[in-house]
Design a protein around this ligand. Structure first.
Ligand SMILES: Cc1cc2nc3c(=O)[nH]c(=O)nc-3n(C[C@H](O)[C@H](O)[C@H](O)COP(=O)(O)OP(=O)(O)OC[C@H]3O[C@@H](n4cnc5c(N)ncnc54)[C@H](O)[C@@H]3O)c2cc1C
Ligand SMILES: O=C(O)[C@@H]1CCCC=N1
Length: 387
């Protein structure tokens, strides 16, 4: 048995665990980052080439957190010496009179986020190849853009190791024993840490069961669809085509979002912001394509320059909370077990700031952001502590 006691053990080397581990190492904490799969892998939520970064949110707290997150992304880019963010702007479209679209518009104005509001005629003049749905409004979050996801993940893991952190992949954590010093077991080793951070993505509840806690999390499989441009380049990042979010494409439907063609030339990524429930270990057995039907209808209606059948379909998972807000908190019974979970398909852009606040909790510091929207307590009857 290893006698070394780490200041912190982080379980799960997706983007949230990797950013947390890096912050801890930067703060001179002896940190161990454990990952079940051999890295890099494509079995969780942080793989793939691109993600959207934006300040356009309905809720003040997300827009506020993004102010610092953009600064931390710029810092990371400098430290890593690679481009992680590309500014494209984000086009948001949604039913003009809906609560969601109005709230988002108000939040942008209240926080003075650089925004262009587009009337129907301006829209048609400036945004070719997109049909604005009847009754929809449109705006552009001008500093939004694309994050290079896989590159970011690898950069953060590299920086963590360069700061003295220990990264062990291919090690599945099979036991977590709470205590003043927490014992973490894998199939082949036992580690001890003064604190533990659980950032296990879709496997959060499997890990939390060891610490007597279950959260109301739903894991869904996302079909990541790429659609062929009828004329190559029409929706390309090089032609300054923006990312987009279509709120409420139809009543009762989830948002649809897209990123300009970039990682696969001639193919634009357009996805549905929900999927069908899955067991994370059986992801590929979930073959529901109802979301692809919704997307194909939307592409036909609103993106006429794309062939309305996906050319490439990849897989990813969301871990969704009932209110779609994150969980960033300490374990209700063990203050030295910290939980980052339930990122509900929109957590990547926040990862540097999430890493910062989770590391602050692990170091016993007061977090630098108000974490009240992210507390476990909000679920009350839904989260059952089995202790
Ligand atoms: C298709 C798709 C599109 C998205 N688009 C956006 C976007 O545009 N913008 C945005 O901001 N966000 C977006 N997101 C969300 C974002 O990618 C996620 O919120 C984020 O990647 C979650 O990271 P994570 O570290 O929590 O989870 P993961 O990346 O899943 O990491 C968890 C890690 O824990 C490991 N692990 C689990 N159990 C164990 C164990 N027992 N022992 C050791 N290791 C373990 C797993 O193997 C995994 O590597 C998108 C997500 C998807 C799927
Ligand atoms: O987080 C994001 O920006 C994307 C787009 C909207 C839906 C989810 N992910």
């Amino acid at each position: 048995m290893s006698s070394k006691v780490f200041d912190c053990i982080v379980i799960g080397a997706g983007i949230q665990g990797s950013c947390t581990a890096y912050q801890l190492a930067k703060n001179k904490q002896k940190t161990l980052l454990l990952e079940q799969f051999v890295l890099p892998h494509s079995r969780g939520s942080s793989h793939g080439q691109t993600r959207i970064i934006r300040k356009a949110y309905e809720e003040d707290f997300y827009t506020q957190m993004m102010q610092e997150s953009y600064e931390l992304w710029a810092e990371l880019e400098k430290e890593a010496g690679v481009e992680l963010y590309r500014r494209t702007g984000l086009l948001v479209m949604g039913p003009e009179k809906s609560e969601g679209f109005s709230k988002l518009k108000d939040t942008m104005q209240r926080h003075k986020i650089p925004t262009v509001f587009l009337e129907k005629q301006e829209f048609n003049e400036h945004i070719s190849n997109v049909n604005l749905s009847e009754g929809n409004g449109a705006l552009i979050d001008t500093f939004a853009g694309v994050l290079y996801a896989e590159r970011s993940l690898q950069a953060v893991q590299r920086l963590f190791q360069c700061s003295g952190g220990v990264l062990k992949d291919g090690q599945t954590v099979t036991g977590v024993s709470p205590g003043a010093v927490v014992t973490v077991s894998t199939g082949s080793a036992v580690y001890r840490g003064k604190s533990v951070v659980i950032t296990a993505g879709p496997w959060a509840n499997t890990l939390l069961a060891h610490a007597g806690l279950q959260l109301p999390l739903k894991v869904v499989k996302i079909n990541v669809c790429y659609w062929k441009e009828k004329i190559p380049g029409t929706y390309s990042v090089d032609q300054s085509f923006p990312c987009f979010i279509q709120m409420e494409p139809k009543e009762g439907e989830y948002d649809i979002y897209g990123l300009p063609s970039n990682e696969y030339p001639g193919l634009m990524k357009v996805c549905y912001h929900m999927g069908s429930e899955t067991d994370p270990d059986e992801r590929d057995k979930q073959t529901d394509r109802g979301d692809i039907d919704i997307l194909a209808r939307y592409v036909t209606r609103c993106l006429p320059g794309l062939v309305p059948a996906p050319a490439v379909v990849e897989s990813c998972m969301y871990t969704v909370t009932p209110d779609h807000h994150f969980v960033l908190d300490s374990h209700p019974s063990y203050g030295n077990i910290i939980i980052g979970a339930g990122f509900s398909g929109h957590g990547f852009k926040f990862s540097p700031i999430i890493g910062k606040v989770l590391s602050q909790l692990a170091m016993g510091q007061v977090p630098s952001h108000d974490l009240s929207p992210f507390r476990i307590q909000r679920f009350q009857s839904q989260s059952k502590s089995s202790l």
